[in-house]
Structures are given as structure tokens and as C-alpha cells.
Design a protein around this ligand. Sequence first.
Ligand code: FE2
Ligand code: FE2
Length: 166
Amino acid sequence: MGLVWDRALAIGDPEIDADHRHLFGLLAQLEHAVGRADQRTILSDILSALADYTSYHFSREERVMAQLRYPGADDHIREHADLITRLAQLIFDFERGDVEVTTDTLKFLRGWLTTHTSGTDMKLGAFLKANCPTIATPLPRGTAPHTRPLAAAVTPGPFASLRGWR
Ligand SMILES: [Fe+2]
Ligand SMILES: [Fe+2]
């Protein structure tokens, strides 16, 4: 299963594209850990990092959309909220031991990220290019989850409350 970001998925904004590369990288890490014995803690850490970084990335895009009064913002944000809900449920169920992370889980996550990036995010990229090619998409650099090691990236975060179920 190919889980890597490639140039065809570039929307043209360096910060957003870097985020997408990082998210695909986390999926690749998840793929490595799936199906191996004694990987439960690693899976848990990667899922948490994925949820945290996804949330961070979505706030970057949503901030840009708000700044530019992007006309497609409502639908775009709804898609984000849907994935956040699904990820939260997955983590909740996984930590309780109700579900396993399988190749089907990976397939879903990869499919969601690829479809959203190549469709919904690509439209945002085109809008940015047409309306404000020089817009900054800043979130404070030092607070980006990917600037910290994985172990530190998973705590604290917006999903921290779900981790007590381990
Ligand atoms: Fe998006
Ligand atoms: Fe995105």
C-alpha cells in the first residue's frame, strides 16, 4: 500500500504542503507498526500524534479560510470535523481494546487524506493562488507538533483526555 505524499498532491502552499507530507509520514509509520506483535504502545503513540497533528493542520487551513473569507469554508470545515470525530472515536475504541488498527483502518485514513487533499484542499490552493498568492499561513513555529520528538508530540494535546483509557 503506497502511503507517501507525492507532488501530484501539492496544493501550492509550502506550509500546507509540508503539513500534508508530515501527515502521510505518520500514516507510513502507522503502516509499519500495524500487525506486529507488541506494537500496541507504538500504535497508540502514532495515533495520538496523528490526531494532534491533524488538528493542528486543520486549524492552519481554517485560519487561512477565515482570513480570506473563503466561500467554500463551511463544507471544507465540515469535512475536517468529520475526520476529527472519526479519529477521536478510533482512538477511544482502540484504547478501550474494542477495535484493532488494521490494514482497513490504514486504507480508510489513506483514502480520506488523499481524497481530501486532492479535492477539497486543492480547491483551497487554487483560491489562494488566485486571490492571495503571498498569504502567510502562520501558526507559531515553535508549537508545531512536528518540531518535537514523537514521544513529546503526543502529550499534551487536544486528545489527551482520551488517553486515560489505555
Ligand atoms: Fe482541508
Ligand atoms: Fe489539508
